[in-house]
Design a protein around this ligand. Structure first.
Ligand code: ASP
Length: 347
């Protein structure tokens, strides 16, 4: 079993007893770490700041995870929000989902020209009897709820990347491993962090901002939002809007969100599977590891071509992650600050 030594030390230094290397938690002696928010990738640092504005004032985890990922939806990056890479026909299509502490959930998929899909997902959850709306119907619903219809024009960076892609027009997910700037990222990124320019560096073409939080009242919620995979087939939907795959929250146990090759997260009902391992007493990291290893077994030698990562937070505020390959990191915000943690990985 790989131990995320840094997490272990952090918990120990906070005086949290009962955390053992076997992954068992003595709940009676456990001091709950709250509020806390964690989010995928280094974009999670800025997103966490947005969430922390809510959590630090005693706000709900649900409000926090919506506000948090909206920060990333507003940034220009390869893979989140309207500035992201388009599908192969040149349209940006967005997926998002949100889930609260009472199994309420909402999601949108294949949504175009709407700036904040996460907020539309929340409206689906709160204002309709449904869980998921897609495509034109999701857009119509968004407009009916007062969201603006944006132009659909590609961002400068996405347009440049798309023109480049058109030369070959081949669909080839670029695996997101061994990232630039991921070394020593903790120290320097706190306030100076700027939106990533990863795809323009030729690094990869898929990514998600996923976030889970535990509020001062001890309630969990989660959210995620993405453009999915750049240059995907028109109509492709990933794991992020699929409740149980890209995101799952069970307030008795924990909350989990995924990033990476969505098709393979859907295959194993990824986020829900991680929650179930935590229910059986596994630590967040160990629970994530078990599901990543399952995907690795299923994919066999094809596991070399994909990246899959989970982050998890349990009821006690313990967090962990696991990735198939090196290069994944996630941001953690507590009362002690906001920092980036390099994820343990399988191969
Ligand atoms: N999971 C996303 C999708 O497949 C992409 C990613 O997170 O890398 O749509």
């Amino acid at each position: 079993m790989r131990i995320n030594r840094r997490n272990f030390i952090n918990l120990s230094s906070l005086g949290i007893a009962g955390f053992t290397l076997q992954g068992f938690v003595n709940k009676e002696s456990m001091q709950v770490q709250k509020p806390i928010v964690i989010a995928t990738w280094d974009a999670g640092l800025n997103a966490n700041k947005g969430a922390w504005e809510v959590l630090s004032k005693g706000g709900t985890a649900l409000d926090a995870v919506e506000k948090g990922v909206m920060v990333t939806e507003d940034e220009i990056s390869c893979c989140v929000g309207l500035g992201a890479n388009p599908d192969r026909d040149g349209h940006v299509t967005l997926d998002a989902s949100i889930m609260d502490h009472e199994f309420n959930c909402g999601s949108v998929a294949f949504l175009e020209k709407i700036k904040h899909p996460i907020s539309v997902a929340r409206k689906v959850m709160e204002k309709t009897p449904h869980v998921m709306l897609v495509g034109e119907g999701a857009q119509q619903f968004a407009i009916s709820q007062g969201f603006n219809l944006e132009s659909g024009k590609l961002s400068e960076s996405a347009d440049k990347t798309y023109q480049q892609w058109l030369k070959k027009s081949e669909y080839k997910p670029v695996i997101n491993v061994e990232r630039q700037n991921s070394k020593n990222a903790n120290s320097q990124l706190e306030d100076k962090y700027k939106a990533p320019t990863r795809f323009s560096n030729g690094d990869w073409n898929h990514d998600t901002i996923g976030m889970v939080a535990l509020d001062a009242n001890g309630n969990l919620s989660g959210s995620c939002t993405t453009s999915g995979a750049g240059f995907k087939l028109r109509g492709r939907v990933g794991d992020s809007p699929i409740i149980g795959a890209g995101l799952y929250v069970d307030n008795e146990v924990g909350a989990v969100v995924a990033t990476g090759q969505g098709e393979d997260v859907i295959r194993v009902a990824g986020a829900s599977a991680v929650v179930e391992h935590m229910r059986q007493g596994k630590t967040p990291q160990e629970a994530c590891r078990l599901v990543v290893e399952k995907i690795r077994r299923i994919k066999k030698e094809k596991a070399a071509d994909i990246q899959v990562c989970f982050i998890a937070l349990n009821k006690n505020g313990e967090h962990g992650s696991y990735a198939l390959h090196n290069g994944f990191n996630y941001a953690v915000h507590t009362n002690e600050g906001n920092k980036l943690i390099e994820s343990p990985f399988s191969v």
